[in-house]
Design a protein around this ligand. Structure first.
Ligand code: SF4
Length: 272
C-alpha cells in the first residue's frame, strides 16, 4: 500500500470497499488511473445534501431548534446536483428530500430526543499501531445516565432492524472508536431511516468490542500487505454496477460472460 506522510488510515468505507472487492480497492485508493472512471452518483449527492441540512438541525443544540424554513434554506444552500441524469430526476429527488427533512424536523419537535447531541459530523480515530482507524459519525447523543448513542442516518433505507445494526461494519467501527475514547461509558448504536422515521439499535459488550478490534486489526494488516498490482479481477454479478468495469475488462482473466478481451493491446493495457 502506498504510504503518504504518517500512518495509513483505514475507514469504514475503505474496509467495506476492500471486502466487496480488493481490485475495486486498488482502483479507488491505490492506482490513480481509477479516478478517471469514477462517475458521480445521484444517491451520494442526495445523501450528502440531507446530511448537511441535518448537521444544521442538530449542531445548534437542544436550546435552539431551527425552524423548518431554516432547515429548508440549509438544504437548498447545500444541495449537491452531481450525478442526476436529468433536471426532472433532480427535482423529484430534491422534493423527496424536502419531505423527509420536514418529517424529521416535525418528529424532532414532537418527541424531543432524550439525549443531547454532543457531537455532530465528528471524526474519531484510533491508533492501531500500523495504521489509524478513522470514522466520521453523523451524531452522538449523550443520555442522562451517561450512555452515548451513535446515530447514523440512512436516506436509502425504509425499514431497519437491530440485526442490521449489529452486523453493520461501520456501526461496529463507530462503537469501537467511541468506546476507546470514552471507556467508562455504555455505547449504543442506532440506525435511523430518514424515509420512514424508523430506527433500530444494537450495542456490543466490552468483550465483543475487544474481539471486533482484533478482527479489524488483522484485516487492516492484510489490507496493508496486499499485493494490489498482482490481483486479477474476477467477474461477479456486482461488477455490472461498478465504475471500474472498463478497466477490469482489459484483464485476460476477468471472465465476464459474453465479453472477450478482443485484442492483445487491450490485455496489455491492464498493466500500463
Ligand atoms: S468490475 Fe468487478 S472485479 Fe473490477 S473492480 Fe469492479 S467489482 Fe471488482
Amino acid at each position: 500500500m502506498r504510504m503518504v506522510a504518517g500512518k495509513p488510515t483505514l475507514s469504514p468505507t475503505k474496509i467495506t470497499t476492500y471486502l466487496a472487492c480488493p481490485v475495486k480497492y486498488r482502483w479507488s485508493y491505490i492506482d490513480s488511473r481509477g479516478k478517471w472512471y469514477l462517475r458521480a452518483k445521484s444517491y451520494y449527492s442526495f445523501g450528502t445534501s440531507l446530511h448537511r441540512a441535518l448537521e444544521k438541525l442538530h449542531s445548534v443544540g437542544d436550546l435552539g431548534v431551527p425552524t423548518t424554513d431554516e432547515i429548508k434554506t440549509a438544504y437548498e444552500e447545500n444541495w449537491v446536483d452531481a450525478g442526476f441524469s436529468s433536471a426532472e430526476e433532480m427535482a423529484e429527488a430534491y422534493n423527496e428530500g424536502l419531505d423527509m427533512l420536514e418529517m424529521h424536523v416535525e418528529q424532532h419537535r414532537k418527541r424531543p430526543i432524550q439525549g443531547k447531541a454532543i457531537f455532530v459530523e465528528r471524526q474519531f480515530d484510533l491508533d492501531m499501531d500500523k495504521f489509524r482507524l478513522i470514522g466520521r459519525i453523523d451524531r452522538v447523543d449523550e443520555h442522562p445516565d451517561g450512555t452515548l448513542e451513535i446515530i447514523d442516518y440512512k436516506s436509502g433505507h425504509r425499514s431497519i432492524t437491530a440485526d442490521e445494526v449489529g452486523s453493520d461494519i461501520a456501526m461496529g467501527i463507530y462503537q469501537l472508536l467511541l468506546k476507546r475514547r470514552f471507556p467508562e461509558r455504555r455505547i449504543v448504536a442506532t440506525l435511523y431511516s430518514l424515509r420512514t422515521g424508523e430506527e433500530a439499535s444494537a450495542s456490543m459488550s466490552d468483550q465483543e468490542i475487544s474481539d471486533f478490534e482484533r478482527d479489524i486489526e488483522k484485516l487492516g494488516l492484510i489490507m496493508l500487505d496486499e499485493e494490489y498490482f498482482e490481483l486479477a479481477p474476477k467477474w461477479k454479478p456486482t461488477c455490472n454496477g461498478c465504475d471500474f468495469r472498463p478497466l477490469c475488462r482489459k484483464h485476460p482473466e476477468y471472465g465476464e460472460p459474453g465479453f472477450d478481451v478482443e485484442t492483445p493491446a487491450q490485455a496489455e493495457a491492464w498493466t500500463e
